[in-house]
Design a binder for this molecule. Sequence first.
Ligand code: ADP
Length: 266
Amino acid sequence: MSSALVVHNVSYAYGMTPILKNISFSVQKGSFYIIIGPNGSGKTTLMRIMAGSGKFQKGRVEIMGRHGRQYSRPELARTIAFVPQNISDDFSFTVREVVLMGRSPHQGVLGLERKEDGKILKQAMAFTGVEHLAHRKIDQLSGGERQRVFIARAICQEPRIILLDEPTAALDLAHQVRIMDLMEQLKNEKGVTVIMVSHDINLAAMYGDCLLLLKEGRIVSQGRTDEVLTFETLENAYGCLLLVDESPLGDFPRVTPVPRKLKLEI
Ligand code: ADP
């Protein structure tokens, strides 16, 4: 199986402060790859670099077998779609207009909407369940609805790789599972490679084909969920007591943080 994305020896610093230190990993085509790690470990910085929107001082990123720097902007947008963490909602576009923006890398210089764009737009909106919101303003939606709209826009780009930075943060349980199911469906039905940052280790355990655990800008562990989600590795990375056992739902680990009041009883 070949790689959709390869990060080779990437280092990054904000000014004099090193943030990412010699990061190397590769993401298999058509896999669901999830990046976890404590706050401030460099996950968002790494996502921006992979999306081509962050310049880095050292290393190389290969996207679909080509050096990231060889891509033109529209070409990159046809290959990778990025759903960032904090999307500004202070603009007054309708849902349809926002989703249609995903077609712009496929449009000509005049940016005219073509018949094909309308069809892809409709499919993306149906896939994410936002059709009924088409004429609503984006700033009038709930967090879960807005998140699905931005995912629909990313799908409209028809990318080979989709990057999502904490798409389930601030969503209730039903919406979290819905977003994860959508991404799994995108992977299975369209062969899209999904790369996601998540704070939810249990969702990562259930959906991830491969996990990467970051701490202080370094890779602590990477591999299958059962290889990464071990008691020793997680306790070392997060610095708190955790219980790791097998999920009653299947053959994957379940991670439970232990409250201070219960520590003595374990
Ligand atoms: P994570 O997504 O894992 O929480 P980030 O990539 O957002 O981590 O941040 C990694 C580190 O870089 C943090 O210590 C953060 O304070 C720092 N950082 C993030 N953005 C900037 C910036 N624009 N300027 C300086 N430092 C930053």
